[in-house]
Design a protein around this ligand. Structure first.
Ligand code: NAD
Length: 457
């Protein structure tokens, strides 16, 4: 049950702050909808006309469980609007900056063009004096300080804070309304710091009242918390994938190894699932941008290991292609392969840097006839990878297949009856790239079941 944060203002006879959310992609839309759900008046601003029109019509342009219902509810309640007009956002008291910070096309560094353009557009529209600009995008260390310098020169009465976002796709509403922690990077000036903190504590009052820890710090630390968290998670995944490589050489079983390691409370079981590795719009680009920025500020040596984390991750994709090639007898051209999964992870239609699709495309370019299925991500995959074939169901995808590859761990795929699926294939041959299918059940149904980092007898 959500406690309406704005009640506190009403009972105190004050108006709750009005909010703008600049950049209504995955993060921004979720944030805008959740702020409206808390009772705030919210305007979402984006440069993408189509996205804005869809959102204004109550259509969520991406898949996120429960979010479209909340979007519609808050549009109907009149608390939420979407626009491409920055001037429409200037009545807001708090502007959350949620634009994309992708990898640059020509280097591993973060591309801050969208962030710069959004700040330009907001300043040109003249935000209210005393309003607060809150960066939520993931940025390299030093970005907030650079934005602060601009504000000091061009809009000195506008305050700045950096409040990185930790939501996980598939659990975005919960991650926004009940985060593990709230990190507030605040300016050094004591008066500006106190005012920015007051405003943000008011905005996040319901989460804070229900016990969410608040970490108050400077800009650089706030920026670092986000990239360091992603670097840690990526390292944990690559660690177990490196152990999978060792298991393959030593004849060990990485799944049992991970279970045993995870029982150690200092290690814990999460992010220790060996498989085809991480992808998506955050971890890969964030570890690369972190390295690039650390190099620039003279701390490159400290995070040089992230290059190896990245390399281990990419090697898993190459390993699956090699394994698939071996299993079909060394020659891929003309072989029919079914790929279960297109999204970079389950419960999402996000295909950014998806291991499943990269593997599918590598096999296709090697000459395989690859058919991909996914419960949510086919429309996005079709737009980006036009030459792959697509099927609506796993049963259609595996039709006459020489090999099945399980590459995104949707519950739908785990629940498939391997005996029934086996009726549609040419060869009962499966690579479980996520180590989440029930190997015993698949083998009992006659399949030759193979997985990474595990004995494949
Ligand atoms: P996204 O690509 O889904 O959305 C970015 C949005 O910004 C797009 O809708 C785009 O049209 C808009 N935009 C670009 N330039 C703009 C401008 N000048 N003015 C207004 N809008 C503009 O990206 P995302 O996944 O929402 O990520 C946004 C930021 O949040 C990134 O820094 C990302 O690293 C970070 N983040 C994302 C997640 C996640 O799970 N997606 C989680 C935590 C942090």
């Amino acid at each position: 049950m959500i406690a309406y944060a704005t009640n506190q203002f009403e009972s105190a006879g004050a108006q709750p702050p009005q909010i703008s959310v600049i950049g209504t992609g995955y993060l921004g839309t979720t944030h805008a909808v959740c702020m409206a759900e808390l009772g705030f008046q919210v305007v979402g601003v984006d440069v993408d006309d189509l996205k804005v029109a869809q959102l204004a019509d109550g259509i969520l342009p991406f898949f996120e469980p429960g979010l479209e219902e909340l979007l519609r509810k808050n549009l109907e309640a009149g608390r939420l609007t979407f626009t491409t007009s920055f001037p429409a956002a200037t009545t807001a008291d708090v502007h959350f900056l949620c634009v994309g910070t992708p990898q640059r096309p020509d280097s591993p560094a973060a591309d801050l063009r969208h962030l710069g353009a959004a700040v330009d557009a907001l300043l040109a529209a003249q935000p209210k004096p005393g309003s607060l600009l809150v960066g939520k995008s993931t940025v390299p260390m030093g970005t907030a300080a650079a934005v602060a310098t601009r504000l000091a020169a061009e809009a000195p009465e506008v305050l700045l804070a950096w409040n990185p976002e930790f939501l996980r796709e598939g659990f975005a509403i919960e991650g926004t309304l009940n985060p593990d922690r709230i990190v507030l990077g605040l300016p050094d000036d004591p008066a500006a710091r106190a005012r920015a903190e007051d405003i943000l504590r008011a905005v996040y009052a319901s989460a804070i009242e229900s016990g969410t820890p608040v970490v108050v710090t400077d800009f650089a630390t706030a920026e670092l918390v986000k990239v360091a968290a992603n670097a840690f998670l990526a390292t944990k995944i690559s660690f177990i994938n490196a152990m999978a490589e060792v298991c393959e050489a030593a004849g060990g079983d990485v799944k049992t190894l991970a279970t045993a390691l995870g029982h150690d409370a200092r290690i814990g079981p999460r992010f220790l699932a060996a498989g085809v590795g991480f992808g998506g719009g955050c971890l890969p680009k964030d570890i690369r941008a972190f390295r690039a920025r650390a190099e620039e500020i003279g701390a490159g040596t400290a995070v040089r290991f992230l290059a190896e984390v990245d390399a281990i991750n990419l090697r898993r994709r190459a390993r699956v292609v090699e394994f698939a090639t071996e299993l079909v007898g060394g020659s891929v051209p003309g072989r029919r392969m079914a790929v279960l999964g297109a999204a970079f992870k389950p419960n999402s239609d996000d295909i950014r840097d998806s291991p499943a699709l990269e593997i599918a495309e590598l096999l296709r370019t090697a000459g395989a006839l690859v058919t991909v299925t996914d419960p949510a991500a086919i429309p996005n995959a079709r737009r980006r990878y036009r030459e792959l074939r697509y099927a609506d169901t796993a049963f259609e995808a595996v039709d006459d297949a020489d090999l099945v590859l399980h590459l995104t761990e949707w519950a739908d795929f785990r629940e498939i009856d391997p005996a029934l699926l086996g009726g549609n294939v040419r060869n009962l041959l499966v690579i479980d790239g996520r180590n989440t299918l029930d190997a015993g059940k698949w083998r009992a149904a006659g399949w030759s079941y193979y997985a990474l980092g595990r004995p494949n007898a």
